[in-house]
Ligand binder design. Structure first.
Ligand code: SF4
Length: 349
């Protein structure tokens, strides 16, 4: 089935995707990183912006982390940006700035999982490594009526072996992109367009199932927990008080407004005062409510209640809290929820 698939791809692929115009392993790698957990159309402007700021791997390696996070700001899953930066530094030091042309060496770099390493090996270097992403996995589930949960290690191993066999005799770069493109354009999760599919004749789900979309079998998703958070915006003499997040974990090294999770048996305002003081050492009073911002992370949802707050004098903050000149904010990586709070604050002033 490789031939009709590749012919279809050469005629029908989305030619406007910027990463389709390059074989530069660095650029392919950045595109693959950005496309994890992100829609193609959303990733395109970030991809362009990132490569304008860091056109080569050595330029990325030599940048400081804050500048890298700033360019990634808004794309989410910031660990990808941190890994890209760390991996670029290692590649500059150990491989003279060129991504290794070897699967095991790639896998040893930060952020290179089996998919990313195989995608770089096949798409950029033309080596026969099976890159199994969600699109490819869905197409395989339907082609061969694979009924197991595709997220288990066994299912991934089995599918990778099948894929490895399928790509034999084809150009690995074109084959990998073609299968992923088929999953994205025709063999979509809810309504596959089988009548336009170039490999319809080989597809068991098309032949034997009334509705191929029943595959892959989806696990029922657990409901995400929800947290209320209160945060305070304190401004004095053209400076805003912000707090830097720890350098590991969620939104590592991003800046945000001081505050925290709702305390039991306390109002939102009291929570804001208490959390603000414990994070900055500064005693505040609430002056106004600004806005409510909702946001969904991978494992939980939050609703942040923003307040304008005031204090007696300009005390020195403790911990990682700092007074930041408003003009400098655009150079700092700022989390999206805090950004929405700041915009509402500026509108209300
Ligand atoms: Fe997917 Fe339909 Fe093509 Fe089968 S025939 S691979 S279900 S689009």
């Amino acid at each position: 089935m490789a031939r009709p698939l590749i012919e279809w791809f050469l005629g029908c692929q989305r030619k406007h995707l910027p990463w389709r115009k390059t074989k530069d392993p660095y650029r392919i790698w950045i595109s693959e990183l950005m496309l994890q957990q992100t829609r193609v159309e959303q990733a395109i402007p970030y991809y362009r912006r990132f490569l304008k700021a860091f056109p080569t791997l050595p330029r990325l390696a030599m940048a400081n982390q804050s500048a890298v996070l700033k360019v990634w700001e808004g794309l989410g899953y910031y660990r990808r940006a941190k890994y890209a930066h760390e991996a670029a530094r290692i590649v500059l030091k150990d491989y003279r700035g060129k991504l290794p042309n070897n699967y095991d060496d790639l896998r040893a770099l930060p952020g290179f999982g089996p998919y990313t390493a195989a995608a770089v090996m096949s798409i950029a270097y033309g080596k026969p490594y099976a890159a199994l992403d969600g699109n490819a996995s869905r197409v395989l589930s339907r082609l061969f009526i694979l009924q197991e949960d595709p997220t288990t290690a066994d299912a991934k191993r089995r599918r990778t072996e099948i894929l490895q066999g399928m790509m034999r005799g084809s150009d690995p770069s074109t084959f990998t992109q073609a299968l992923i493109e088929l999953g994205a354009l025709l063999c979509s999760p809810r309504s596959p367009r089988c009548s336009e599919c170039p490999i319809q004749e080989s597809c068991s789900a098309f032949r034997y199932l009334p509705d191929p979309a029943v595959l892959p079998i989806r696990k029922e998703r657990k409901k995400k927990p929800h947290y209320n958070v209160s945060a305070g915006i304190l401004e004095r003499d053209g400076r805003i008080l912000l707090k830097k997040r720890p350098n590991t974990g969620l939104l590592a090294n991003f800046w945000e407004f001081p505050g925290g999770k709702q305390l039991a048996n306390r109002s939102r305002e009291e929570t804001c005062r208490i959390r603000f003081k414990s994070e900055t050492g500064i005693e505040i009073r609430i002056t106004d409510k600004i806005c409510v911002v909702k946001h969904e992370f991978t494992h939980f949802r939050i609703t942040v209640h923003f307040y304008t707050v005031a204090c007696q004098k300009s005390p020195s903050p403790k911990g990682t809290a700092r007074w930041i000149r408003k003009g400098s904010l655009k150079r700092l990586p700022f989390n999206l929820v805090s950004k929405a709070g700041l915009e509402a604050y500026e509108r209300k002033k």
